[in-house]
Design a binder for this molecule. Structure first.
Ligand code: SF4
Length: 374
């Protein structure tokens, strides 16, 4: 067994001289991860694909999304837009409709922007180099590293949540993964580890290892090939690593939606920039500072300003919708005998119910339509 020592550039918890890295340990880490991957990888539709456009589709769709949830969306987008030109030619409403239910709708809008940019500025040939990819809207370091390494074997290390977890636990890194120092430290270590490796295979291997083996809760340490050299396992720190700084405060909001249907038409509103669900369609809305009972005089006055005094009102349903930094408490009211001054409230439209159903909606509105509107 030969141990080779390198200058103190890397992190190692197996050496008496902390921060002096034992090359043997890192070499064994990489080869064990790759060997594990070749044996255990999932058979996923984007696996082995080298077309940067298709990799981009899968990577953006899978951001903040579980594989099982994202897979049908990936297949749907690929079927509808087999080439980046098809994507670029689509109207925004079609893209948002296909995206409906996936959340984080800015991803869909950014994709459309990027597809059009690639057609206009790259002749429809999706870039595959890291330096070109990071210039595109919606593509950050992680996505650029993933696309460039999977499509053209560029030696760029991916660092996603799975990679943070594996590295923090195995190497015993206690720097928070969302601090500036932590981001830099993990990025440097990941880049060191990918050197001399097959970038495409190694990147996929470490991400898959984090997703299936070194899972956030109850990792499979009992059958882990890295068990004997894993810092967290040896020091009983699996539950403590990785460390993440506390999240920003969650904002609570109360949305009161008014569902008005007359003569086969429904009142609709397109959401504007600067808030959640930009450009999607919902119903006329009054946002309040707390849950407002139907008998609240101030609330009734607001409603009358929108729909006139003869209005009849009843609560249809209440729901809670959780987003990353917001919890939205939603009440749906059915309204009858309403009058809307469309000249004054230009954001409200009366549209045929069937046409309204075809528009892109936030998931909570889509679910409501499915349940309540024939
Ligand atoms: S031993 Fe456990 S904590 Fe360590 S790398 Fe393996 S699965 Fe992760």
């Amino acid at each position: 067994m030969i141990y080779l020592y390198r200058p103190p550039s890397s992190y190692c918890n197996f050496c008496l001289f902390k921060r002096i890295c034992c090359t043997f340990v890192t070499m064994s880490f990489q080869s064990e991860i790759v060997a594990w991957y070749l044996k255990n990888k999932r058979d996923l539709p984007w696996r082995g694909i080298t077309d940067p456009y298709v990799i981009w589709l899968s990577e953006i769709i899978l951001q903040q999304t579980r594989v099982e949830q994202g897979m049908p969306y990936f297949l749907k987008f690929l079927e509808n837009f087999p080439h980046v030109r098809d994507f670029a030619n689509a109207p925004e409403e079609r893209v948002l409709k296909l995206w409906q239910g996936l959340g984080y709708y800015s991803r869909g809008r950014n994709m459309l922007h990027t597809a059009r940019h690639v057609v206009s500025n790259y002749g429809g040939i999706f870039p595959s180099s890291y330096n070109e990819l990071v210039k595109l809207k919606g593509i950050g370091n992680y996505t650029a590293a993933a696309i460039s390494s999977f499509s053209s074997n560029e030696s760029r290390a991916v660092v996603d949540g799975n990679v943070y977890r594996v590295l923090a636990r195995y190497f015993g890194i206690e720097e928070p993964i969302n601090s500036n120092a932590g981001i830099k430290q993990f990025a440097n270590l990941a880049q060191e580890l990918i050197a001399d490796q097959q970038p495409s295979i190694y990147n996929q291997a470490i991400m898959e290892f984090g997703a299936l083996q070194c899972k956030p809760k109850s990792p499979n340490c009992g059958v882990c090939p890295l068990q004997t050299t894993c810092y967290a396992y040896k020091n009983n720190k699996i539950d403590q690593l990785p460390i993440k700084l506390k999240k920003v405060k969650i904002r609570k909001r109360w949305f009161n939606y008014f569902v008005g249907i007359t003569d086969g038409e429904i009142l609709a509103k397109q959401r504007q920039p600067g808030d959640v669900w930009q450009h999607l369609y919902d119903f006329p809305l009054i946002e309040t500072q707390e849950e407002t009972p139907i008998v609240n005089a101030e609330f009734l006055l607001e409603i009358e300003k929108l729909f006139g005094k003869g209005l009849e009102l009843r609560v249809l349903e209440s729901r809670k919708h959780v987003l990353t930094h917001q919890i939205i408490y939603v009440q749906f009211f059915a309204i009858d005998n309403y009058i809307v001054n469309f000249n004054q409230h230009t954001d409200i439209k009366s549209v045929k119910i069937e046409a309204f159903k075809q528009l892109p909606h936030p998931k909570i509105i889509g679910d409501f339509i499915e349940k309540h509107i024939d």
